[in-house]
Design a protein. Sequence first.
Length: 219
Amino acid sequence: MRRTGILVAAIAGAMMIGCAGYRGGWESVAYLGDAPPAVESRASDQPRGAPELNVPGLTLRVTINNHVRTYDTQVYLYVLPLSVDPRSVQTGAIEPGRTRVYVNVRPKVAGFVFEPTLATLHVGSARFGGSAGYEFGRWDAHGNRVERGGTWAHRPVTADLTLTEIGRTYLLSIDFPAPLPSPESRDIALDLSRALSAPEQPALPLIRFAPRRWEESYS
């Protein structure tokens, strides 16, 4: 009985030590300008997330929830055989017919106003207006932002939101009544020129998206 327990413990330890693998797929990467940058694959040792976009008065990070995993390979050395999952899985999908764009905003000047229903998502020749907007943060029972306690949640932006704190990163998002665009598409763009504006500041340029492969290691 004691030998059996030792054997089970040894196998479990080997599984924990020998577990390895990797997964990967496609994601959309935001950029400014007419010509896409040279977008290389994102390896497992590179940080996941959107590049920083600098525009007059703001710093932005923009992502779409169309992240797709196209393969998932797991290897358990010495104990279990290779496991391969070749399915394409939309890991960020919320519900059919809805695309969410996350917009992290850090104002460098005061006066910017966020009006999510004035945003437009371009997918090929189709155009979709924003249907809802949210701010992610920690809120108390009365809907006030708090530093401690409360609940982390996406709070709806019912009309507009003034970004009053210079240097603070606002975690915003916009929903569009659109099927998730393929992350392999080169014909996706986001117009925030009316949805994120401030007096005496130029209109934000069109934000475009390029496809990028990604790979992450389990180890």
